[in-house]
Design a protein around this ligand. Sequence first.
Ligand code: 13P
Ligand code: ZN
Length: 273
Amino acid sequence: MSMTHVLDQIAEAAGYLWQKGWGERNGGNLTVRLDSGCDTLCQQNGQPKETVPIGMTLPNIAGMYFYVKGTQKRMRDLARDPLANGCVIRIADTGDSFTYATAPVPPTSELPSHLMVQDYLMRSGSRYTATLHTHPIELVALSHHRAMLDDTSRPNRLTQTLWSMIPETLAFAPLGIGIVPYEVPGSTELAEATMAKIRDYDVVLWEKHGIFAVGQDIMDAFDQVDVLNKAARIYLDALAYTAVHPESQPEGMTENAMQDVQRIFHLPKQRPC
Ligand code: 13P
Ligand code: ZN
């Protein structure tokens, strides 16, 4: 995908995040791996080659280029101008620092999670290029309920609940949603906990904070979160009826109906590429 196309897609996705109310102020961030065509961009930009340590060594993304949202930058501004509110970085050949390939904009505070996961995706030979962190209202609301954070079974309780809301949830988010217990935003601990779950899921819930998702491109990552959050919204709306009619609980699709969806759509049980 050309650099222009990637930037257009980033702007489009950032606009949706703002419109959905998931990107208050500077909330949320994203990275997209770019192809080697960026070499020329790096050579032409004439920026001073300041080397910025990343606090870890990530050998699988050494020498690679990423678009990264800037810290404290707003999604609604990214939607207008991705390169004024983020930048392209090149990971050093040593894998432990980066240089700016476009005008320097200090990267998101969640860089540890984004780069650690990008490193994992490369190591595992995945074609996925995008990582997204955002604050979807209904999913975060559910993460305040202890029962919804139970991750002892697969599918976990939250996944089971969301899948059972409409057939499309299972069809378009077939891996479900993993649970990452609360950690301080921007911390290496949060990055490590995210990594532990992203092997099995395309989307993970950061308890009482937001979600972290991966996708073939940024729109793919956005779509999966959108599908899951829509199901969360339906669940909460169904519960609003229960508040008025306590004798009636949301039913959810039957086990048989869910198995039918699984059979008809030939759904993968792990990341397809
Ligand atoms: P940044 O502005 O540093 O990207 O932080 C936003 C955020 O959502 C942190 O979790
Ligand atoms: Zn956040």
